[in-house]
Structure formats: C-alpha cells, structure tokens
Design a protein around this ligand. Sequence first.
Ligand code: FAD
Length: 97
Amino acid sequence: MSVELGKGMLLAMHLGRLKDSGTLHNAQVSVGKLNNVREAIAIARECRTILGANGVTLEYPVIRHANNLESALTYEGTSEVHQLVIGQALTGESAFR
Ligand SMILES: Cc1cc2nc3c(=O)[nH]c(=O)nc-3n(C[C@H](O)[C@H](O)[C@H](O)COP(=O)(O)OP(=O)(O)OC[C@H]3O[C@@H](n4cnc5c(N)ncnc54)[C@H](O)[C@@H]3O)c2cc1C
C-alpha cells in the first residue's frame, strides 16, 4: 500500500511539474488518473479486508472512502476512455467509436 501510494504521489508531482512548464500532454493526464484512481481503490480494498467484517460497516471510515473512490473512477474519466486515449498516443491509431 505504501509503495503504490508513494508511486502515485510521485506521478502526480511529475505531471504537475509538466503542467507548470506547459508541456503536459492530455495522454499523460490519462496515465496519471488511470493509475492513481485504480491504485487508490486497490489500497482501499486491502484496508477493508484487513478489518474483516468490520471493513464493510460504517463504524470504520474505510468503506465510505472506498465508495467515494468508486465515484472518482467515473468522474475523473472512466478507465475505458483513459485507455483509449493512451492507446491512441502510443500507436497513433484511434480506437474510439
Ligand atoms: C459523483 C460524480 C460527479 C460528477 N461530476 C461532474 C462534474 O462536476 N462535471 C461534469 O461535467 N461531469 C461530472 N460527472 C459526470 C462524469 O464526467 C461522467 O459520468 C463520466 O464522464 C462518464 O460519462 P457517462 O456517465 O455518461 O458514461 P458513458 O459515457 O455512457 O459510459 C458508460 C460506460 O461506457 C464506457 N464507454 C464510454 N465511451 C466509450 C468508448 N468510446 N469506448 C469504450 N467504452 C466507452 C465507459 O467507460 C463506461 O464504462 C460526475 C459523475 C459522477 C459519478
């Protein structure tokens, strides 16, 4: 969890610096959003299972946080569309329909 959190923070910092320098490409934004939301959900899920049955109750904040991340998975751009953006940048071919 700590390793993925650290990697996600480094990626966000790198993309922020590219934005400040005016060289950020939209496909790089997709890489950051796709990776960081996906890993945040994986971390929240692992936190939930560590708590066992308590992990699915509202007595602990983990499941609420996990549900909030499920919203972020949509409103920060869906994984499918981020992958299409990244695929287009990698191959030069658009697979959008
Ligand atoms: C909590 C929340 C807050 C939001 N806040 C805002 C906001 O402030 N401002 C705003 O503008 N919007 C906001 N949204 C809307 C959000 O941006 C959209 O829900 C999101 O872009 C997905 O669009 P959609 O729901 O129309 O799904 P759709 O575009 O209908 O997608 C449905 C499914 O099809 C997939 N899909 C879509 N197109 C393709 C394609 N070409 N190829 C393959 N798969 C595809 C998607 O990945 C998804 O799995 C918010 C959404 C939520 C949940």
